[in-house]
Design a binder for this molecule. Structure first.
Ligand code: NAP
Length: 483
């Protein structure tokens, strides 16, 4: 079991109280390194979720001033900073990512609360300069209501930080549902919210348990006005359908299939170095990591060797070991998917540059998948069409700028993309043609708290981060006043 001062209450949190499931049911959380049981969390369902929504609705009746909300946000920044090591340890043990990387994720999370605290004056009422119809016009940014925040396992604290920071800034009470694979980081965050902040009961609520019944309750309940979801496109589609009868506002941060385009005039060492950071972060289990590496045919073999030289230095192991770069994949399904993508690519003619096909997993918990590189990838291969979510680097080639653009856009996803070139005019043409909401230009960098991030096409809608993200949970109310 995972002993931690932040996990004294391994429970849900409703209306200011730590609570178990009504049924007494629990879910077990495993360490993907060895399958050891880390903890049990409540296996809640519709009843507890409904009570959480009711508590959130009641909390709406005691609005907080901008200054009060800023104080809360800054309080969370401080609590995250003070507990980054311990939060990182919990995150590392339930997810598998290296402890040092997990602490970086805590810093990233703190950045969202800090950004909202610093910029929330943008939510103050705005009086228009113009006076149409002889009236003075004021726009108020009202809290949208009680909101539901549903998060995935791959960034156990980063993803909730994006949502919770903007929801608290907007003064929206929340019902939060974390992934059942990684709920402990969320419980630890609630422990900090409970101890360090003076939040009114019902302002933040946590339900853990079966996704279907909890999700259905959140979609069906009329008092949930915004459902903010990060996860797969498949589940996102279900939420759209389920919440349609109520015309509920959704923010959807869904799957990706990122192209990473390297032109022949690029700095190949910089492109290779950036790819290592981009591709192997979180074991390759991120929505923004390069999924289709596309390299000009004249430099593809050279580029593959440069990536191999760097990837072969990565140490795979338990994330708690200080020199680990790459932890285990989160579970058996995740491991077998990467293995399937690799065998499919090799069967269809790809060439192995680094690694080999590892054995199938016999256990349900995660497995260590070594960094693997294949060259000669084509659009018929599974690794081209689907998110691999693992440390497989599939390299395809192109012969012209037009072909690179066509290949990159050949997906229903539109989340992150990257291009490397030494020619700025070419870069500007390619960026304008890419149907992706994030385009890294000579960098493998993903999102930052200061900038809006989200998806085009079937990667979702709505934005998190930046000023755009700050406005996701408010309803503008316009008041023309006659003299
Ligand atoms: P997932 O299976 O869609 O689950 C995401 C969350 O939704 C989890 O909390 C899950 O709970 C819950 N859920 C599952 N079915 C539900 C339902 N019917 N109703 C309501 N909630 C439901 O995704 P995942 O495997 O955790 O995460 C990986 C995916 O997230 C990838 O596709 C990745 O690209 C995407 N992602 C996108 C972004 C972005 O910013 N666009 C960021 C990170 C990840 P349980 O765990 O209990 O099943």
């Amino acid at each position: 079991m995972l002993e931690s001062s932040l996990l004294r209450n391994c429970q849900g949190y409703i209306n200011g109280h730590w609570v178990d499931a009504d049924s007494g049911k629990t879910l077990t959380v495993y360490n993907p390194v060895d399958g050891a049981t880390l903890a049990q969390v409540p296996g809640m369902g519709p009843e507890e979720t409904t009570r959480a929504v009711e508590a959130a609705r009641e909390a709406l009746k005691t609005p907080a001033s901008l200054e009060q909300r800023r104080t809360w946000l800054n309080g969370i920044v401080q609590a995250l900073q003070d507990n980054r090591e311990e939060l990182g340890r919990i995150l590392c043990m339930e997810h598998g990512k290296p402890w040092k990387e997990a602490q970086g994720e805590v810093d990233y999370a703190a950045g969202f609360f800090r950004y909202c605290a610093e910029h929330m004056d943008a939510l103050a009422p705005r009086v228009l300069d113009e006076k149409p119809r002889n009236c003075t016009w004021t726009v108020h940014y009202r809290p949208a209501g009680a909101v539901a925040l549903v998060t995935p396992w791959n960034f156990p604290i980063g993803m909730i930080a994006k949502k919770l920071s903007a929801a608290l800034a907007a003064d929206c009470p929340c019902v939060i549902k974390p992934s059942s694979k990684t709920p402990l980081t969320m419980v630890a965050l609630f422990s900090l919210l409970d101890q360090a902040l003076d939040l009114p009961p019902g302002k933040v609520n946590l339900v853990t348990g079966s996704a279907g019944p909890i999700g259905d309750t959140l979609c069906d309940h009329p008092d949930i006005r915004v459902l903010s979801f990060t996860g797969s496109t498949e589940v996102g589609r279900e939420l759209i359908e389920r919440s349609a009868p109520q015309v509920k506002k959704l923010t959807l941060e869904l799957g990706g299939n990122a192209p990473y385009i390297v032109f022949e005039d690029a700095d190949l060492d910089a492109a290779a170095e950036n790819l290592i950071g981009n591709k192997f972060r979180g074991g390759g289990q991120t929505c923004v990591c390069a999924n289709r590496i596309m390299v000009h045919e004249s430099v593809a073999a050279d580029f593959a060797e440069r990536v191999k030289a760097r990837a072969s230095k990565l140490k795979v192991g338990d994330g708690l070991e200080p020199d680990t770069d790459l932890g285990p994949l989160v579970d058996r399904n995740g491991y077998e998917k990467v293995r399937r993508h690799l065998t499919d690519a090799l069967d269809k003619g790809a060439e192995l540059v680094m690694g080999d096909v590892p054995p199938s997993l016999e256990n349900d918990w995660g497995g260590f998948f070594p960094p693997t590189i294949v060259l000669g990838v084509s659009p018929q291969m599974a690794c081209w069409k689907e998110e691999t979510f693992g440390p497989l680097v599939p390299i395809a080639t192109f012969s012209s700028e037009a072909q690179a653009i066509e290949m990159a856009n050949q997906t229903e996803f539109g989340l992150a993309s990257y291009l490397f070139t030494g020619d700025d005019a070419r870069a500007q043409r390619v960026i304008a043609a890419l149907e992706f909401a994030h385009v890294g230009y000579n960098t493998g960098s993903g999102p930052a708290p200061e900038a809006p991030f989200g998806g085009m096409k079937q990667s979702g809608y709505g934005r998190e981060g930046g000023l755009e993200g700050l406005f996701e949970f408010v309803e503008p109310q316009t008041v023309p006043r006659g003299s």
